[in-house]
Design a protein around this ligand. Structure first.
Ligand SMILES: Nc1nc2c(ncn2[C@@H]2O[C@H](COP(=O)(O)OP(=O)(O)OP(=O)(O)O)[C@@H](O)[C@H]2O)c(=O)[nH]1
Ligand SMILES: [Mg+2]
Length: 324
């Protein structure tokens, strides 16, 4: 039996909840349609597949009258939530009190009924042009402080997101979802093992078909700018192999004027699910790159086996918890 989970996306009106979900769905072309979004009426439900699970996403329209309705019938609206994505417009400090109050009421309900719901706070609208703006940093700190009293009771994590950088949203989703499933840790360990056996690895990333990250490695001290560039290259490479119906795609590029890189993306199909692995090497000499690519290629069978085992493990565990 497959374990299905329910994610609630909540926050006050205009925070950017529907935009986030839209960006997640259309990850390849930053959607123009976000500009034309109307306030969400009540709750909009959708679902997405993650590995062999189905994740139900509920977008809770955040206008005051809807919030009042959810809070007056908490059992009807808030029971059964496995994970809370709480979205805060980090630019709108005038409404922090209002959003804090709403979140408090939600968490009070979870506390009262003893639901141990992990919470991912989206510091949203953290736009690239404002990233280094001290006001936003201060705003984020302020909210973290306000939430501190909840921290011993709930697992709360924070992510900075913006629709202008799809990967910030993918990253927050992935971090949130990893709060639900245990296999992530094993995949991380596996990635580190693999990287240790190789040379000049700048990055190794594993994604599943819906763009949720299963694990990632970046060389220590690799600047944020370069990490972002790698994620962008990943998106382009994935799009290529999907469009051209290929299993593998190699590319060369530069991360800056001095750093030449070679990358390869490989897709795997396991139990009807598609995975993508991206390897990025710093290119010192062509020979070393070819050597490393060959080594990587030889380890495909091993990678395949490990991913398959991890997947089946997860299945066994959920069967043990929910006997058919
Ligand atoms: N600057 C900036 N604006 C954003 C971002 N994300 C969303 N917006 C804008 O914020 C506004 C509100 O976005 P929505 O996604 O409709 O907000 P919502 O939280 O779903 O609102 P309700 O449905 O009423 O609860 C829209 O005009 C978006 O264009 C972002 O990352 N940066
Ligand atoms: Mg909405």
């Amino acid at each position: 039996m497959v374990s299905n989970k329910k994610i609630a996306i909540m926050g006050i009106d205009n925070a950017g909840k529907t935009s986030i979900l839209t960006a997640m769905k259309k990850r390849f072309n930053i959607p123009k349609e976000i500009k034309g979004l109307k306030p969400t009426k009540q709750i909009e439900r959708s679902s997405v597949r993650f590995m062999d699970h189905v994740i139900y996403q509920s977008d809770y329209g955040g206008q005051k009258r809807y919030r009042d309705e959810y809070l007056s019938q908490t059992h009807k609206y808030l029971a059964g939530i496995d994970l809370l994505f709480y979205v805060i417009d980090i630019q709108d400090s005038l409404r922090f009190d209002e959003t804090e109050l709403y979140l408090n009421r939600i968490l009070e309900y979870f506390e009262e009924v003893e639901f141990d719901v992990p919470v991912m706070i989206f510091f949203h609208k953290f736009d690239p042009r404002l990233r280094d703006d001290p006001t936003l940093q201060k705003n984020a700190k302020k909210i973290k402080k306000l939430l501190r009293p909840w921290q011993p009771k709930f697992k709360i994590e924070f992510s900075e997101t913006t629709i202008y950088e799809t990967h910030s949203i993918i990253n927050a989703f992935s971090k949130g979802i990893s709060m639900l499933y245990t296999k992530h840790e094993a995949i991380y360990r596996f990635i580190l093992d693999l990287v240790e056996k190789m040379e000049n690895v700048l990055s190794l990333l594993i994604f599943e078909q819906n763009g949720i990250e299963l694990g990632s490695y970046f060389m220590e001290h690799l600047p944020l700018k370069m990490r972002k560039k790698i994620l962008t290259l990943y998106e382009i490479a994935q799009q290529r192999i999907l469009e051209q119906n290929r299993e593998t795609y190699e590319f060369s590029d530069r991360l800056d004027a001095f750093t030449k890189i070679s990358g390869v993306i490989q897709s795997f199909e396991i139990e009807g699910l598609v995975f993508f692995i991206l390897l990025v090497l710093e290119e010192h000499s062509e020979e070393v790159v070819i050597d490393q690519f060959n080594f990587f290629e030889q380890s495909y069978t091993e990678i395949y086996e490990i991913l398959r085992t991890l997947l089946l493990d997860e299945k066994d565990k959920s069967e043990a918890l929910n006997p058919p």
